[in-house]
Design a protein around this ligand. Structure first.
Ligand SMILES: CCCCCCCC/C=C\CCCCCCCC(=O)N[C@@H](Cc1ccc(O)cc1)C(=O)O
Ligand SMILES: [Zn+2]
Ligand SMILES: [Zn+2]
Length: 532
């Protein structure tokens, strides 16, 4: 006979089962969340798409580039400019004679530009150049193409050829300091305009060409003055500004073999700090317990060991990867299209390489260290320079605060030597006329390419043009492979003759495409145009 359970026991049994059910349910929650997350992650990966331009007028444009016949002649003209050593050493210390020589060279080599009735060339602040190209519809908003005339110094010791010999190697590459930074831009723009004028064409839209002469040492004397001159003339609204910057890259972004053109829609901030320590000077035979050099070294070590936190995925770099997602293999697509989930994981991988680390966070470079005068003299002072490039999601004062907290030593004095907040982000959506004008010119010039927006990790003269336009883009039309990135300011700077020809074609296409959209009210979005 089965013995019936007592009501007390039955209650306990039922409660026990109830808790067991809850426990089992709780165990399932992570599984359900995991399943939901996987669905979202997969859905985003499968539906990832690069926003295509909505501007049919640009999408259908088949603008031709410049003729191939003059390719070698153009290469030799660039090589000639590379022989003029327009070096900037520091603010106020430049090869000024060479800058004037470059002016004369440009005048001689581009006769159509310099003798054209609708092109005016002006010298700004002795060494910079400003060209005004007056179009046939001068009432439309003008734009500006910019580059710079100066270059950084080059130590010839490790170069394949003398950096200022302007050599063409194997009939393939033009070598020399300034080929990609930034005489390729100066000569490339002038070649395009020379070609246009010689063809008997005249642009409808007016535009400016600005060549600063001290970009490599801040741009204060050059680009800043050019901006001032334009503002004084009432030119306070340019449709867009296109300056040096990123390039078309290949094999730099993991997951794709395509060409990837990165157009800089913003630029990291800039902060240079001087750290100094005053110690007790004296005879080295009875040194103080701690020296100025020792205290400063400790502060520097703390900064180097404690990097600023990752900001990856919180700024426009999120769009960089979302635009790229549809063009990479499946695994990379999972990551790139789900930055909301994987940005931390991606940051940890990217911070292992200097170039991609710069994309992840505000960087800190210790660039100068001074201390001591003689082996048996304890120095009174030590100083060091820290150069930060500030992620767009951080402010200059946040970075200074971080440094102070990290150093945590009142004996270390911190002085701001130069600073500039990260630039505001220029528009880049599918409806943005100006971004898509540049993108279209890239698509017309380079094969198998995808155009994506990015934050420039270095700085350019665009900082001085921020007040002239809300659309500033930083792009130099050449192709860079991983092994080329160190050629910037490094050794064996070069451009291939074919890439240089593409650069000229790109600038020509920008001039032609800018006229295509002249019927559109410049500076309004495609969406606004549809509303009109
Ligand atoms: C995942 C990340 C992928 C990034 C791929 C990058 C490929 C291209 C590689 C390098 C880009 C090089 C950028 C060229 C611009 C250089 C401009 C420059 O040299 N600026 C100087 C001087 C300067 C100018 C203006 C200032 O206000 C401060 C300094 C610089 O030091 O930035
Ligand atoms: Zn440059
Ligand atoms: Zn440079």
């Amino acid at each position: 006979m089965v013995q019936s359970k007592s009501p007390k026991w039955q209650l306990r049994w039922r409660c026990g089962r109830w808790w067991w059910k809850v426990f089992k349910l709780l165990l399932k929650i992570p599984l359900v969340i995991g399943l939901l997350l996987s669905v979202v992650v997969l859905y985003r990966a499968f539906t990832a798409s690069t926003p295509a331009s909505t501007l049919d007028i640009l999408n259908n444009a088949q603008t031709a580039g410049v003729d191939d016949g003059l390719k070698m002649e153009r290469a030799h003209r660039l090589a000639g400019a590379l022989r003029i050593s327009t070096i900037s050493y520091e603010p106020g210390k430049q090869e000024t004679g060479e800058l004037l020589k470059l002016h004369r060279y440009l005048e001689k080599e581009f006769p159509a530009v310099h003798n054209c009735s609708f092109v005016k060339r002006e010298i700004i602040n002795v060494y910079s150049l400003l060209y005004t190209v007056t179009g046939t519809s001068p009432d439309k908003l003008p734009y500006m193409l910019a580059s710079h005339l100066d270059v950084v110094p080059a130590d010839p010791e490790h170069w394949e050829v003398d950096p200022f010999s302007g050599k063409i190697v194997n009939n393939t590459y033009i070598y020399g300091r300034g080929t990609i930074d930034d005489k390729g831009g100066v000569l490339g723009i002038l070649e395009a305009l020379e070609y246009l004028i010689k063809k008997g064409e005249r642009p409808q839209r007016s535009f400016f060409i600005a060549f600063g002469h001290d970009e490599e040492v801040s741009g204060k004397q050059g680009a800043q003055e050019i901006a001032r001159v334009l503002l004084k003339r009432g030119v306070d609204r340019l449709d867009f500004v296109l300056d040096e910057g990123y390039t078309v890259t290949r094999y730099i972004f993991p997951g794709t073999r395509k060409h990837v053109a990165l157009v800089g829609v913003s630029e990291k901030g800039y902060l240079t700090l001087e750290l100094s320590v005053n110690g007790s000077p004296g005879h080295s035979s009875f040194p103080p317990w701690e020296s100025a050099i020792g205290i400063l070294s400790e502060a520097i070590t703390k900064l180097e060991k404690n990097k600023l936190p990752s900001m990856f995925g919180t700024g426009p770099e999120r769009s960089t990867f979302e635009y790229l997602a549809p063009h990479v293999g499946f695994l990379h697509r999972l990551l790139y299209s789900n930055m909301w989930l994987f940005s931390g994981f991606m940051a940890r991988i990217m911070e292992k390489e200097a170039l991609s680390n710069a994309y992840v966070r505000t960087t800190s470079a210790i660039t100068v260290f001074h201390g001591g005068i003689k082996e048996n003299v304890v120095p009174a002072h030590a100083k060091a320079t820290i150069n930060h490039r500030v992620h767009p999601s951080q402010t200059i004062s946040e970075v200074i605060e971080f440094d102070k907290r990290t150093i945590d030593d009142p004996r270390v004095e911190i002085k701001v030597k130069a600073s500039k907040e990260a630039h505001t982000v220029s528009p880049y959506g599918p409806d943005d006329v100006q971004f898509n004008l540049i993108a279209r010119s890239i698509y017309q010039t380079f094969d198998d390419v995808v155009v994506i927006p990015g934050v420039l990790i270095a700085n350019t003269d665009t900082r001085w043009y921020l007040g002239l336009s809300s659309h500033l883009y930083r792009f130099f039309p050449t192709v860079i492979y991983p092994q080329d990135t160190n050629r910037y300011h490094g050794i064996d700077e070069r451009i291939s003759i074919d890439n240089y020809q593409q650069a000229v074609s790109f600038y020509y296409r920008v001039m032609k495409n800018a006229d295509l959209i002249i019927g559109h009210v410049a500076s309004t979005t495609a969406h606004q145009q549809r509303e009109l």
